[in-house]
Design a protein around this ligand. Structure first.
Ligand code: TXA
Ligand code: MG
Length: 329
């Protein structure tokens, strides 16, 4: 599991911003203020850093994360904007509105951060400290609210410390966050849909769009963080090839998603074998999960056999995602 950590807390000055960027570059976890709530940031392009982030939060499932970028131009490298998205971005960015958009072809964000989805949540925060960190780091930063899973979102550095002391590297203390509730989330994947009410009021969003926002199929609050009932987030990643979990052997015509040093019996005859972590490291396994599933799905096997994953640490979230991917459709 994670090495013992001592969380440092720094007042938000120029040195701390430089420190935050260095820490992100090294794959570390940095909590920082945005205008809504404190976020727990990691390098969005580094799958292992993202896996560590889920572990630090103690999330029982890999909810997709919001990629924070410095401006709309940077957002365009990650996602495709339709006319509604362009209008919303022009009006609300920087500010407390997150847009869920189709992922761009060349999007560099790690598969784990988007939970393997073809869409991505992007936001441009309106906070001096967040902006300076994004500029200094120069890449997108994924940041869920900086609380333990199931706790309320933190609006001060003290809240973050209470929840995440010695689970993350650095906290940048920029005082209380002005908005205090999370960003509103609007999906522009067709009819604009309000996935989460938040800092940008619904009526202001609707005025810009010149029409009412649609409700998500699962009802309002469908992507509220916790507790997410299984199956509540309509759009989780599912491969086309059926999955068989807890497999101790592989039959002819099957692909194998292995874990640990000893691949299941019959692996030599598998259509394709990918190992989540030959060393049995759950952080590495989480970082590889969605990209390995995609690659095996593309191999043309009739079934993907999945070896058992220990149900501890990040294993719980990995098993949650595998169970969803294996559920009958
Ligand atoms: O104000 C905020 O948005 C804060 C600050 C730190 O920026 N962040 C935040 O992140 O609230 P988080 O991870 O606590 O909530 C993000 C929500 C989750 O409920 C997730 O399910 C949803 O965004 N989300 C992210 N990507 C999505 C996607 N592709 N499709 C649908 N929902 C998505
Ligand atoms: Mg949250």
């Amino acid at each position: 599991m994670t090495a013992p950590l001592v969380t440092r807390v720094s007042r938000a000055d120029a040195a701390a911003v430089g420190d935050a960027a260095r820490c992100l570059r090294a794959g570390g976890l940095v909590a920082f203020p945005t205008e809504t709530v404190y976020g727990l940031g990691a390098d969005a392009t580094n799958g292992q850093a993202v896996a560590r982030l889920y572990e630090a939060k103690g999330r029982p499932a890999f909810n997709p994360l919001i990629a924070h970028v410095v401006d709309a131009a940077a957002a365009r490298a990650l996602a495709r904007f339709d006319a509604n998205a362009v209008r919303l971005a022009e009006t609300f960015w920087p500010g407390p509105l997150t847009l869920v958009l189709p992922k761009a072809e060349s999007c560099p964000v790690a598969d784990l951060a988007t939970a393997g989805l073809d869409s991505i949540a992007v936001r441009v925060p309106n906070h001096d400290v967040a902006q300076k960190i994004l500029v200094a780091f120069g890449k997108p930063v994924v940041a869920p609210s900086a609380n333990r899973s199931g706790h309320v979102s933190p609006t001060t550095a003290a809240h973050v410390l209470a929840d995440l002391r010695n689970r993350i590297d650095l906290i940048i203390d920029g005082g209380a966050t002005p908005v205090g509730v999370e960003s509103s989330i609007v999906a522009c994947l067709g009819e604009p849909t309000l996935l989460r009410p938040g800092g940008a009021p619904r009526d202001e969003i609707e005025r810009v769009l010149k029409r009412p926002l649609a409700e998500p199929a699962e009802g309002p609050g469908a992507c509220a963080e916790a507790p997410l009932a299984p199956g509540m987030l309509a759009s989780h990643y599912a491969p086309h090839t059926p999955l068989r979990l807890d497999a101790d052997h592989v039959d002819a015509g099957e692909a194998l998603l292995a874990f640990g040093p000893n691949p299941a019996a019959g692996a030599m005859g598998a259509t394709m074998v990918l190992n989540l972590s030959p060393q049995g490291d759950l952080i590495e396994a989480a970082a590889n999960l969605f990209s390995h599933l995609r690659a095996l799905d593309a191999a043309g096997a009739r079934l993907i056999a999945v070896m058992p994953i220990p149900h501890e640490g990040l294993g719980e979230a990995i098993n949650d995602r595998l169970a969803r991917a294996a559920a009958p459709r």
